[in-house]
Design a protein around this ligand. Sequence first.
Ligand SMILES: NC(=O)c1ccc[n+]([C@@H]2O[C@H](COP(=O)([O-])OP(=O)(O)OC[C@H]3O[C@@H](n4cnc5c(N)ncnc54)[C@H](OP(=O)(O)O)[C@@H]3O)[C@@H](O)[C@H]2O)c1
Length: 248
Amino acid sequence: MISFNKEQIYIVTGASSGIGEGTALLLNELGATVVGIARNEERLKAMRAKSKYPENMHLEIKDLTDDIEGLPKYVKELKNKYGKFSGMAYCAGISDVKPLQLLEYTEVDYMFKVNCFAPVFFCKGLLDRRNNIGKGTSVVAISSIVSKLNDKGMLAYSSTKAALTAAYRCMAAEVAQSGIRINTVSPSDIKTPMTMCFEAQSLREGREEKYPLGFGEIDDVANFAVFLLSDKTKWITRQDYIIDCGLV
Ligand SMILES: NC(=O)c1ccc[n+]([C@@H]2O[C@H](COP(=O)([O-])OP(=O)(O)OC[C@H]3O[C@@H](n4cnc5c(N)ncnc54)[C@H](OP(=O)(O)O)[C@@H]3O)[C@@H](O)[C@H]2O)c1
């Protein structure tokens, strides 16, 4: 049985929607204190309204791409406000499908900012030993199966997630001797606003049949992310876990 106590404080980015929301709610339900970060205040508040222990669910409104260089300083400010962190689930991210000839530099640049540079510089702040509890700290980032599939139309998304996975593995190697663990999770199609929105309708067509158990649910990823944050996985680090119902 996985459980946390309220002195264990976890950052969850992307807490206003989908996998981040599911992870924030589960951590809170299991007893941890959560600092949920996203841009949309209304959706963050709606998430907190669903939480089991709202008094242990703190909200921070932030565009994580606003000042990427300044993210380590921002994490320090959060530490001064809430206390040292036991870990983080970095779930904020964006996706898009676009063939090379339609792809603009600014779109690739922005996607790298959201999906790779911000998670790296945020984690840099968290890994500063003044901001975390040291041994037992655990970090998980949501990468994607596309980091390995490298399919048509996925150049930008696929590259940003491959870079994220590689960067987090490098960071995991740097901090392993301090007892800090870092892993990534690479899901395939999970039913979230990102994949179930109207704009993604044509992309969904014919895909669900590929999965013997249908599309994944938010809990399928959130449960695993929380498992990786818990001390039940205290000997697991520097791994990337595929959650894809056996597709790959
Ligand atoms: N759904 C899938 O099938 C799937 C599969 C593989 C990997 N993933 C990955 O899983 C993660 C979560 O995806 P999801 O499906 O849960 O998507 P989602 O429902 O669209 O949620 C994305 C979250 O990211 C936040 N976000 C986006 N840009 C941000 C920014 N600039 N600053 C701060 N927060 C930002 C959004 O919050 P605000 O809009 O409130 O800022 C939202 O909370 C992403 O990294 C995604 O790439 C998803």
